[in-house]
Design a protein around this ligand. Structure first.
Ligand code: GAL
Length: 361
């Protein structure tokens, strides 16, 4: 009986170990994909598109989501290293916690690709797959200039600013890109930031949390817009923030049909379903579409070429200094989307289907 129990225990242990799979000596190339959260549909699409493409190449894939918890994400990646992955693709929750982890990855001979978000202060990031993040910001800034027709009138408008998570290096690129367009109008007094919160550190939104943005917008409306001033435009760098900001505006009477409080022009990013619906319904001004299918394909091509010892295709060797080195990057081009082109950009490309939206007809 005891022998049988031991045998069963041994079998269970062996089975459990083999279920982990992906060790370096099993001959199968393994890829570890570490994504930040499933709370936003884009990261679900990024992760699963990569998983499918890697599996088509015959690779074994581990896909994990850190659910916006830094410790969880680091532990997941450490676990992937222990399992013996050959490539790590990481979209970091926090860009600054990876020194030791990636040193271990490097020692294990793992190729590291920073996905969409740059990882800072380590030399062990081999490649960076992303979009032109400064360009994303300029699209938002230009959207505001065009919506308020700042170049065709002499009026003064009120603008409020939001930025992304301070530990995501993209946040500063988006903000600086937008301000490269907006600054001259602010300096000329054509755009007034009634809250006075006009520098990056004052306007960041930890973890890109829409509820944080919503309550900050509420506070700003109470503090700076109770004397009859009206918010005309809001720089919001992510649809999840835009939705919160729009809720705050609507609960303060904006966009309900009154002539003196029309909906403010709110920007966005990611072309998430709820925000595309809000654009169709007239509550959100615009978004920036970044085709996650293309980004996934770039990362998979990078990994596949690097694994084969071939030249990895990059198109930028200047922009992304991570504090230790300039990381060789491939930048994709973002697309501005508003009520005039959402069908062409999002439906014709197959990113969303018309059935995903209520057209109110
Ligand atoms: C950024 C990304 C944006 C948006 C945001 C929040 O890093 O570039 O497109 O997704 O995170 O998830």
């Amino acid at each position: 009986m005891r022998k049988l129990a031991l045998l069963i225990t041994a079998f269970v242990v062996v089975f459990a170990l083999s279920a982990c799979g992906g060790t370096t000596d099993d001959g199968v190339t393994s890829i570890g994909i570490s994504m930040p959260t499933t709370s936003s549909t884009r990261w679900i699409s990024d992760g699963y598109t990569m998983k499918d493409l890697f599996e088509e190449e015959g690779y074994n894939v581990y896909l994990e989501y850190g659910q916006d918890d830094i410790t969880t994400q680091v532990a997941q990646v450490e676990n992937m290293i222990t399992k013996g992955v050959d490539v790590l693709v990481i979209a970091a929750i926090d860009n600054s916690v990876w020194g030791t982890v990636l040193e271990n990855a490097h020692e294990a001979g793992i190729i590291v690709i920073a996905y969409d978000r740059l990882i800072l202060n380590t030399e062990y990031v081999d490649y960076y797959a992303t979009f032109d993040n400064f360009g994303v910001g300029t699209l938002m800034g230009q959207g505001i200039v065009d919506a308020l027709e700042l170049d065709n009138n002499t009026d003064t408008f009120n603008l409020e600013l939001f930025a992304g998570s301070p530990d995501d290096s993209n946040s500063a690129y988006f903000f600086n890109g937008a301000m490269s367009i907006l600054d001259s109008y602010v300096n000329a007094g054509r755009l007034v930031i009634q809250s006075g919160q006009d520098n990056f550190t004052q306007v960041t939104t930890l973890r890109w949390d829409g509820t944080v943005a919503q309550s900050r917008m509420e506070d700003i409306i109470t503090a700076a817009y109770s004397d009859g001033e009206v918010v005309d435009a809001v720089l919001a760098p992510y649809d999840g923030l835009s939705i919160g900001i729009i809720s705050a505006l609507r609960s303060n009477g904006y966009g309900l049909g009154a002539e003196d409080t029309p909906m403010a022009y709110v920007t966005g990013q990611d072309a998430e379903q709820a925000s595309v619906q809000a654009i169709i319904d007239g509550y959100q001004g615009s978004t920036v579409f970044k085709d996650t299918r293309e980004l996934a394909a770039v990362a998979v091509n990078m990994a596949t070429a690097a694994l084969a010892g071939e030249e990895v295709e990059i198109n930028d060797t200047e922009t992304y200094d991570n504090g230790v080195k300039v990381v060789p990057s491939y930048l994709l081009i973002p697309i501005f989307v508003d009520a005039s082109n959402w069908e062409e950009a999002l439906i014709d490309s197959g990113y969303w289907s018309l059935d995903d939206f209520d057209l109110g007809e």
